[in-house]
Design a protein around this ligand. Structure first.
Ligand code: COA
Length: 157
């Protein structure tokens, strides 16, 4: 029911309708701010429920060059959001459940993936920790909205 796919131009119209609640903006920004970070090294991927776009995330291939804590050869998982009208229904967890297989298919040469999540963003932290990411117990202090947990998922068992 939930599928992941690289963002295709014809879906942009649906993608720009995605939004989060105002109090979640410090954690992820607006959809425009998410899309502006996409480039040749930071790829947008979408979450589809049947044919409807319900979420987006970015895969950053140069994450380890931007963040000292990240080992070389690792990816970065950034700007994950599920539309505010679709949250709390298990879709975030389902995305996490598919992520390892999806990344193995699209990024076979990368051994692990990192993310940072604001220490106040309990829902997102729970979504990650229950579904394959583990807390490194280190903090990243460079975020604009306060300290963040650094989390890691190994991509090859
Ligand atoms: C974080 C986010 C992607 C999770 O997606 P989601 O579809 O809402 O997540 P799920 O419904 O699969 O929930 C996964 C877990 O998160 C927690 N959770 C999610 N929404 C929750 C809510 N409204 N209240 C309490 N816990 C919640 C629960 O622990 C849940 O696990 P459980 O169902 O086993 O109890 C989504 O809430 C979101 O887009 N938030 C705004 C943007 C953001 O903060 N992104 C993360 C940036 S690092």
């Amino acid at each position: 029911m939930v599928k992941l796919a690289p963002l295709r131009t014809e879906l942009l119209e649906q993608v720009i309708q995605l939004s989060v609640a105002e109090q979640q903006l410090p954690y992820v920004g607006t959809i425009d701010e998410v899309l502006i970070n996409a480039d040749e090294h930071t790829h947008p991927h979408i979450v589809l429920k049947h044919d409807q776009v319900i979420g987006i995330f970015l895969i950053d291939m140069l994450y380890s060059q931007s963040y000292e804590f990240a080992e070389s050869g690792s990816l970065g998982f950034r700007a994950f959001l599920i539309d505010q009208h679709q949250q709390g229904q298990g879709y975030g967890g389902k995305v996490m459940g598919q992520l390892r297989g999806y990344l193995a298919q699209h990024y076979p040469n990368h051994h692990s993936i990192y993310l940072t999540v604001n220490c106040k963003n309990t829902n997102a932290y729970q979504c990650y920790v229950k579904n394959g990411f583990h807390d490194t117990n280190e903090c990243y202090l460079g975020g604009a909205a306060g300290p963040q947990h650094i989390m890691l998922m190994k991509l090859h068992a």
